[in-house]
Design a protein around this ligand. Structure first.
Ligand SMILES: [Zn+2]
Length: 107
């Protein structure tokens, strides 16, 4: 089952030392809403993860995730493609070390 952990290893690599302030030249604080670079990164990573993840309940592929990124934590939600449409979700937090991501788990 090593393939399951690969995306999260990649995520750790991407977020360690990730500094979105360098892209804008302005300092961002934890209480500020997610910026475009952070939304793009989160969306890209979870699209990749969802494409490689199966529903933990029925094994069906997952749909493209949707973000609720108006504030922290960013909420990531998706459903499986079976008729049951099981919900999966994850939260993303901003920490002093970068972005902390949770795996997609059944809600
Ligand atoms: Zn399912």
């Amino acid at each position: 089952m090593e393939w399951f952990f690969l995306p999260w290893s990649l995520m750790a690599y991407l977020t360690v030392g990730f500094d979105p302030t360098g892209w804008h030249g302005t300092e961002q604080h934890w209480y500020e809403p997610p910026g475009p670079a952070e939304k793009w990164l989160i969306e890209t990573v979870y699209e990749t993860v969802a494409a490689e993840t199966r529903c933990t309940r029925c094994g069906a592929p997952l749909e493209r995730p949707r973000l609720r990124a108006d504030a922290w934590p960013v909420r990531v939600a998706t459903r499986c493609r079976s008729t049951a449409r099981h919900r999966h979700r994850a939260d993303v937090f901003r920490t002093p070390d970068g972005l902390h991501t949770d795996p997609l788990t059944r809600a």
